[in-house]
Design a protein around this ligand. Structure first.
Ligand code: SF4
Length: 706
């Protein structure tokens, strides 16, 4: 039996795994004791990875549909890529480059992302390339950029070991980032004085173990953080000299917060004013206050300002860049960060450059050797599918993601894909909801079969290696993008295509990405596959000559903005995008289960992972069930203004009366849909364009089953 090192392909903790295999099959997995993210530990999902690496339901060869009403039939790779290039070239020639779109995934490796980004922005000449990270982390990105000047989480996992006040907002790491949470638990056990505050409308497993749980109403986070800052200012706990030296915008924010007392915020948030006061005092008294946030803040139509308001709590104390201090966003997907590093969003360019900046566009054009990078902003995820639905995007390429499950307002997404002229789906699995819309279905390699790099929540890059021979005719995602680019470039008459995509290996792609980071905030010119293999996973920045990556950022009080100062932002005190009313009187929140991952295309294959929760359900308070005349365990119809689903009702005391919770993992099947995103809405944050997946107004009713 051989052993190969890789990372877990699920959450952004990015645990190291050792794959035990015979070259053809994965036999077993165990945690990598040398990996700094997990030191050998794995959660239930990671430790069952070997059950998911099975050929059943894998896509093994390309298949093409010659006409919409015909089934797909098997074709060779040459025929598949020629057909794709032909259709994309003809759309581009007829309607221009903005008539095509590419929708990628935080599951892709950095090298995959890099080649796709160059294909779309460098070769085709559109910025219509976005990713499911838009649904996940884009509000945190915008919040970091507005306050600290760059998309760079300043903290590290070891800060859990140093903090004496941990404020977890809109995150349930006990379920969604379990190994990070075990480290938090260990830190609390070692230091009994450490306080943990959890902000979450539900009494999650994380909230249940908190010293203080603030069960605020959905969408009221900004009011809570503002009231906490009000207290810090009123009680003289802010670090005025540090604020004066290293920030701007504080005076205006202080004026703005004058009226936002704990009493005012308590009425909006639905929690006692004393609890807000307690949270503010614990935070203000802490030697090392650390905040941690994830989807609960990000997936909001004011997700960016949720983040900036939370970050302001660290800036007000000048507690950032020191051990145990600072604002720390948890990354949802395994390589959402790597995707952003290569500019894999419609508003970004390589190495954290901004599309809106003409110098940055010129730098990237020079790096790639193309005349220019288009100036016009590309469409973000939701906008892209709306453009497909409107007929403005005529050819769509979807790689390694399942929008017919994961996007809000599912009816609109289905409508878009049904009417799109040509849909390419590049996937490892043939049974996703999205695969059935494919005119061309391309078989991709996946975990344990690919080489490349991933970056986890704490900016740590790991080189992952293929362990087993990939099944059937599957190809690596970057190889598929490269080979399509070569064919498309030829049809579009770009003479330099062969030079642009002269990548003999994943390593050659990584080397080009590394060079693009020279002098940037995420400079990794000191890294190579060889360095990562010899010295293990490394945090960025890691410039040429460095011996190790940087654990924390901004320790010197110099931020990444143009003038080196951090910025206090006055947030818009918006609430939820949709209100409850007589017709839709309940507030739905969505989230994750402990043992499932996203749309279950992988975790759904491990029988053991159903022992925690074996079917889709809706959690409701016993009082609401009684009021509706519904029994615990009964199947009910759940409806929003966009659609309805059938779910089993579960009496749950951990949820407030008037609220409901549905996990996001289940989707449609032959009989019905239990997908939460039939109900959610596509209200977008104005800065991040992230949709409000976390809240919708719903009603429940009994159903008569045949
Ligand atoms: Fe995988 Fe996340 Fe679990 Fe680690 S914590 S094993 S990365 S799912």
């Amino acid at each position: 039996m051989a052993e190969t090192k890789a990372t877990c392909p699920y959450c952004g903790v990015g645990c190291g795994v050792i794959i035990q295999h015979d070259g053809a099959r994965v036999i077993e997995v165990r945690g990598d004791p040398a990996h700094p993210a997990n030191f050998g530990r794995l959660c239930t999902k990671g430790s069952t990875l070997h059950f998911t690496a099975r050929p059943e339901s894998r896509l093994l060869y390309p298949s093409l549909r010659k006409a919409r009403d015909l089934p797909r039939s098997r074709v060779s790779w040459d025929d598949a890529l020629d057909a794709a290039a032909e259709r994309f070239a003809s759309v581009i020639k007829e309607s221009g480059p903005d008539a095509v779109g590419f929708y990628l995934s935080g599951q892709l490796l950095t090298e995959d992302y890099y080649v796709f980004n160059k294909l779309v922005k460098g070769l085709i000449g559109t910025n219509n390339v976005d990713t499911n990270s838009r649904l996940c982390m884009s509000s945190a990105v915008a919040a970091y950029k507005q306050t600290l000047g760059a998309d760079a989480p300043p903290c590290a996992y070891e800060d859990f070991d140093h903090t004496d006040c941990l404020l977890i907002a809109g995150a349930n790491p006990a379920f969604a980032h379990p190994i990070a949470f075990r480290r938090i638990e260990a830190a609390r056990a070692a230091r009994p004085g450490m306080k943990m505050i959890v902000v979450d409308p539900r009494r999650t497993d994380t909230a249940a173990s908190a010293d203080l749980h603030l069960a605020i109403l959905p969408g009221t986070d900004i009011w809570l953080f503002n009231a906490m800052l009000h207290v810090l200012i009123a009680e003289g706990r802010v670090n005025a000299p540090w604020i004066e030296a290293h920030t701007e915008g504080f005076d205006a924010l202080r004026e703005h917060l004058r009226a936002i007392t704990p009493e005012v915020a308590a009425k909006v948030c639905g929690v006692p004013a004393e609890d807000i006061l307690t949270a503010a005092r614990w935070w203000g008294e802490a030697a090392a206050p650390l905040s941690l946030w994830c989807m609960g803040l990000n997936q909001s139509h004011h997700g960016t300002h949720n983040g900036t308001a939370l970050i302001a709590l660290s800036l007000a104390l000048g507690k950032i860049g020191q051990p145990g201090c600072g604002p720390f966003s948890l990354t949802g997907q395994p390589n959402a960060m790597g995707g952003r590093e290569v500019g894999g969003l419609s508003n970004l360019l390589s190495a954290h450059r901004d599309l809106a900046n003409p110098e940055h566009r010129a730098e990237v054009a020079a790096l790639w050797g193309v005349p220019s990078v288009p100036e016009k902003p590309g469409l973000s995820a939701i906008e892209m599918f709306e453009a497909v639905r409107a007929g403005k995007i005529r050819a769509l390429w979807i790689a390694c993601t399942n929008p017919a499950h994961s996007m809000p307002s599912q009816a609109l997404i289905r409508e878009a894909m049904e009417q799109c002229e040509f849909v390419v789906v590049q996937e490892a699995w043939g049974n996703t909801e999205t695969a059935k819309y494919a005119d061309l279905l391309l078989p991709a390699r996946t975990w344990a079969e690919k080489e490349g790099t991933v970056t986890n929540t704490e900016r740590r890059i790991t080189h992952v290696n293929p362990a087993i021979t990939a099944p059937g005719e599957t190809r690596a995602d970057w190889v598929i993008a490269r080979d399509f680019a070569l064919r498309l470039g030829h049809r579009l008459g770009h003479a330099s295509t062969a030079r642009l995509f002269d990548y003999p290996s994943a390593e050659s792609v990584f080397q080009e990405h590394v060079e693009s980071t020279r002098g940037r905030d995420l400079d990794i010119t000191g890294l190579s596959y060889a360095v990562l293999d010899e010295h293990g996973p490394q945090q960025w920045p890691f410039p040429e000559g460095a011996q190790t990556g940087r654990v924390r950022l901004y320790a010197d009080g110099k931020f990444a903005s143009a003038n080196g100062k951090a910025r206090f932002v006055i947030p818009a005190e918006a609430l939820t995008a949709e209100s409850v009313d007589e017709a839709f009187p309940l507030r739905l929140t969505t989230g994750r289960l402990r043992d499932q991952w996203h749309g279950m295309s992988r975790t759904g294959k491990a029988a053991r992972l159903y022992s925690h929760t074996d079917e889709a359900s809706i959690d409701l308070h016993p009082v609401d069930l009684q009021r509706a005349g519904i029994d615990d365990g009964e199947l009910i119809r759940v409806s929003s203004r966009r659609g309805s689903v059938i779910l089993r009702a579960r009496s749950a005391a951990e949820i407030r009366s008037g609220h409901a919770f549905v996990a996001m993992h289940w989707g449609r099947n032959l009989l019905s849909s239990s997908g939460a995103n039939e109900l959610t809405l596509n209200a977008l944050d104005p800065f991040s364009k992230q949709p409000e997946l976390k809240h919708a107004a719903i009603r429940i009713e009994k159903v008569e089953l045949p």
